[in-house]
Ligand binder design. Structure first.
Ligand code: C2E
Ligand code: MG
Ligand code: MG
Ligand code: MG
Length: 286
């Protein structure tokens, strides 16, 4: 019987495997419904300009409150969305929602993450152009974050797409810098507007001399290539101080603020930022 039905009758005799597969199927089904029913929500995390200590922009981070399960981290459902193709409608929704909400914060830019499949989708440039037009967001207030993995294949195509996006006036940030292949020639070839140093390096600051030198070197490199540098995952005052000293342009992390719902951004904007020695997190929560 197994032979006759071919691939379709392939059975997982191991109970664990079966449960895992079923859970994936259930999650895929729920995610499809969530996209249709608007059950997803964008959260925004402030990006703080190092010197003025002011909020300069926000990163848009998707949240899914899955009925019966609670908050599912994006690291759990973005990969599934990638594998199932759901990332295309999901990514479209994320981009539109982020651009629309950003029009309510006239002095801020919004940084939106693009996954590899989204980056390779047909006419990404056309989509971005359309969304900017529909929402009325000025192109220089949109930043798109991509990871190195996106660029590994189809270099010529990637180069064309990046240039096309930059020609619209949108900025491109290299996300999680240092965790992938990080070929130096890539940095030169792709002419990113910004590099975001991955939080794994920031969190090793002061703990390992290796990480500390890497941070310094990446910041120097970014500066010498004329790119804005951002550090993510800044949690302590000493990390902030070291990064400030090394000339990092922007910082993002729990020290300043966790990602918050859109409605809270206005409150964060109303606050005055404290002097250099006062931890900003304290001022924000007081
Ligand atoms: P990412 O783009 O590198 O985003 C930064 C992640 O670090 C976020 O996790 C953020 O909440 C977290 N983070 C920020 N500050 C701190 C800190 O001080 N300490 C620590 N430990 N973590 C901090 P999140 O929101 O869980 O997102 C994880 C990843 O999921 C993102 O990494 C991004 O790759 C992906 N992702 C999130 N939202 C989207 C989206 O809308 N579209 C796509 N394609 N990917 C997304
Ligand atoms: Mg990001
Ligand atoms: Mg990142
Ligand atoms: Mg990261």
């Amino acid at each position: 019987r197994a032979k006759k039905d071919g691939r379709n009758s392939f059975r997982f005799f191991e109970a664990g495997m079966d449960a895992e597969l079923q859970e994936r199927k259930a999650m895929e089904r729920d995610l499809r419904v969530a996209i249709q029913n608007n059950e997803l929500e964008m959260y925004y995390q402030p990006l703080i300009e190092t010197h003025g200590r002011a909020m300069q922009g926000v990163e848009a981070l998707v949240r899914w409150n899955r009925p019966g399960f609670g908050m599912v981290p994006p690291g759990d459902f973005i990969p599934l969305a990638e594998e199932t193709g759901l990332i295309i409608p999901l990514g479209d929704w994320i981009l539109r929602t982020s651009c629309r909400q950003a029009t309510e914060w006239p002095n801020l830019f919004v940084a939106v993450n693009l996954s590899p499949t989204q980056f390779k989708q047909q006419d990404l440039i056309g989509l971005v152009k359309q969304v900017l037009h529909d929402t009325g967001l000025t192109p220089n207030r949109l930043e798109l974050e991509i990871t190195e993995g996106v660029l590994l294949e189809q270099t010529a195509y990637s180069l064309m797409t990046l240039r096309g996006l930059q020609e619209l006036g949108v900025r491109i940030a290299m996300d999680d810098f240092g965790t992938g292949y990080s070929s130096l020639s890539y940095l030169q070839m792709f002419a990113f507007d910004k590099i975001k140093l991955d939080q794994s390096f920031v969190q090793e600051l002061g703990k390992s001399s290796g990480a500390t030198s890497i941070v310094r070197t990446v910041l120097d490199l970014g500066r010498s290539l004329g790119m804005v540098t951002t550090a993510e995952g800044v949690e302590t005052a000493s990390q902030r101080d070291y990064l400030t000293q090394q000339g990092c342009n922007q910082m993002q992390g729990y020290l300043f603020s966790r990602p918050v719902p859109a409605a809270e951004i206005k409150n964060l904007l109303l606050r005055t930022y404290p002097d250099v020695d006062v931890p900003v997190a304290k001022a924000l929560s007081s």
